[in-house]
Design a protein around this ligand. Structure first.
Ligand SMILES: [Zn+2]
Ligand SMILES: [Zn+2]
Length: 224
């Protein structure tokens, strides 16, 4: 006697059946069930000045669209594997979430609403003039320093307002002085992608100009 499993919904023979009460083949399972409950729409809030993203009430160092989507979706499907694709259509932004659980495949489309705000750190200094400083700290900084200088040159080529105004060697590492926040953000994205560093922010008062306090945005990047 030969025994085989078959799906009660489509009648196909199948290796495995899935589900709690009613067991179905992988294809039928996702017709009837969803692997994860994806919302139809989600909001992502970013800061217009420093480019950080607001996540669970905190401003975190995620600057690229990929990183921001990754952070947003990571908690939605905890036990399943996900792949994200995104596209724009009629000025709207969508993410297709592919979900995998054993041999079951499923996907959902989620519309993203991008919200722009100023984070509290940046709005404190609204109107004030400041530049950014990246403090690079850690071991083997020569290669990383070259990467920062190369990226800065590339950005200057794209936009004359972006330039590396100074590099200082200090006892604990290297300090890079940048002309714009935009540049700071792009260099931090490059460093994050390549070296996965620890990033901390602070501000320093560097003087006064036209009766306004002048602050510099300081980002400490530690690579171990
Ligand atoms: Zn079936
Ligand atoms: Zn900000």
């Amino acid at each position: 006697m030969e025994l085989s499993k078959f799906c009660p919904r489509c009648g196909e023979e199948t290796e495995k059946l899935y589900g709690e009460e009613k067991k179905l083949c992988p294809d039928c399972y996702t017709d009837v069930n969803s692997l994860a409950d994806m919302p139809k729409e989600m909001e992502i809030t970013t800061c217009t000045v420093c480019g950080r993203m607001k996540h669970k009430g905190r401003w975190i160092e995620a600057y690229s669209v990929e990183d921001q989507l990754g952070e947003t979706f990571s908690e939605l499907g905890e036990d399943i594997d996900m792949e994200l694709q995104f596209w724009e259509e009629d000025e709207e932004f969508f993410v297709r979430v592919h979900m995998y659980d054993r041999e079951i495949k499923d996907h959902d489309d989620v519309k993203i609403e991008w919200i722009e705000e100023q984070c509290p750190d940046c709005s404190r200094f609204q109107g004030g003039f400041y530049k950014a400083k990246i403090q690079l700290r850690g071991e083997g900084l020569e290669q990383i320093s070259d990467d920062v200088v190369d990226k800065a040159a590339e950005l200057t080529n794209e936009n004359r307002k972006d330039f590396l105004s100074n590099v200082e060697h200090v006892d604990t590492g290297l300090d890079f002085y940048l002309s714009t926040e935009n540049m700071n953000r792009k260099i931090l994205t490059m460093l994050r992608d390549k070296y996965n560093p620890e990033i901390e922010r602070s501000y320093e008062l560097v003087g006064e100009r036209d009766g306004q306090r002048v602050y510099r945005n300081v980002v400490s990047v530690r690579i171990d």
